[in-house]
Design a protein around this ligand. Structure first.
Ligand code: CP
Ligand code: NVA
Length: 334
């Protein structure tokens, strides 16, 4: 049956079938090619979209804005609303649903995107919560398809570091959905919660994916993709000392890259990244703990293995695909 995502929210990849994710990736590849060919989109003509950010962002906000403008829509950026303070989430959702055709939300609890979807009556897109970051995973899968000369089902992705954050959780689910080999190289106390691992394993049993966790670096052997994320996510800033102590053995260095045994391995990072002293936070950490890089060495970050900036660009193409598929009218693009 043809995939039809009209009117759907995008809250977690758990809600999407492998065929639906495939459809979004194919659409993203097509929209990227169209943009490179200079084609102007109209699929979101007349649509108004609100972008709610309760946490900071560069890529996600800019991707939603550019993607929307590229397809003829309009955006409002909202970072200081009444929601949850002077007005309930439910009432705010009902108001925004009257004014807007789609809502993006970035913040803390997954419950918030779920309730926005429940009460607004329009598609809601998860731009990152503490639990999941599903639009990022689409960009990651797209980048893998561009850079690894194997179908996704044959790709082994190893995620190093904080495996129970939004990226660890979402990559595990995304890889399971697409029949990939997912391995987390992380200390046991930072593995994803058991309930989510069971869900991922149940999906994997259907798709032929494998899910593995290890504290031993040998798990990177044979990897096609090495992935990492910050050791301290937004909202967890009190945890730097503990995380540096726990996660330093899991930094992606050239030794780890060599240990894959794969000269064609690629390095991915959702960004932002602490790989040098170019940030105020990085400099504070250096003053306090004497380290100049955290989750990835500067050498790997800047190496020929790194596809982090292709990945950042692909945020826009994949977010565009999500908005167009759930809200747009592609027949207007000719
Ligand atoms: N990767 C990502 O979500 O980046 P931003 O926090 O800049 O949006
Ligand atoms: N885990 C990170 C991802 C940033 C895109 C965070 O939540 O801060």
């Amino acid at each position: 049956m043809a995939v039809d995502l009209k009117g759907r929210s995008f809250l977690t990849l758990k809600d999407y079938t492998p065929e639906e994710i495939r459809y979004l990736l194919d659409l993203a590849h097509r929209l990227k090619a169209d943009k490179k060919a200079g084609k102007i989109g109209h699929s979101l003509d007349g649509k108004n979209i609100v972008l709610i950010f309760d946490k900071t962002s560069t890529r996600t906000r800019c991707s939603f804005e550019v993607a929307c403008y590229d397809e003829g829509g309009h955006v409002t950026f909202l970072s200081n609303s009444q929601m949850g303070k002077k007005e309930s989430l439910e009432d705010t959702a009902r108001v925004l649903g009257r004014l807007y055709d789609g809502i993006e939300y970035r913040g803390f609890e997954q419950r918030v995107v779920e309730q926005l979807a429940e009460f607004s009556g329009v598609p809601v897109w998860n731009g990152l919560t503490d639990m999941f970051h599903p639009t990022q995973i689409l960009a990651d899968l797209m980048t893998i398809e561009e850079s690894v000369s194997k179908p996704l089902k044959e790709v082994k992705l190893v995620y190093a570091g904080d495996a129970r954050n939004n990226m660890g959780n979402s990559l595990m689910i995304g890889c399971a959905k697409m029949g990939m080999s997912f391995a987390a190289f992380a200390p046991k106390e930072l593995w994803p919660e058991e309930k989510l691992v069971s869900e991922a394993k149940a999906i994997a049993a259907q798709t032929g994916a494998s899910i593995e966790f290890s504290e031993d670096v040998s798990v990177v052997e044979g990897a096609d993709v090495l992935y990492t994320d910050v050791w301290v996510s937004m909202g967890e800033e009190a945890l730097f000392e503990e995380r540096i102590r726990k996660l330093s053995p899991y930094r992606i260095t050239m030794d780890v890259v060599r240990r894959t045994g794969n000269e064609d391995v690629i390095f991915l990072h959702c960004l932002p990244s602490f790989h040098d002293l170019g940030t105020s936070v990085g400099r504070e950490i250096y003053e306090k703990y004497g380290i100049t890089e955290m989750e990835v060495s500067d050498e790997v970050f800047r190496s020929r293995y790194s596809r982090a900036f292709d990945e950042a660009e692909n945020r826009m193409h994949t977010i565009k695909a999500v908005m167009v598929a759930t809200l747009g009218d592609l027949s207007r693009n000719g």
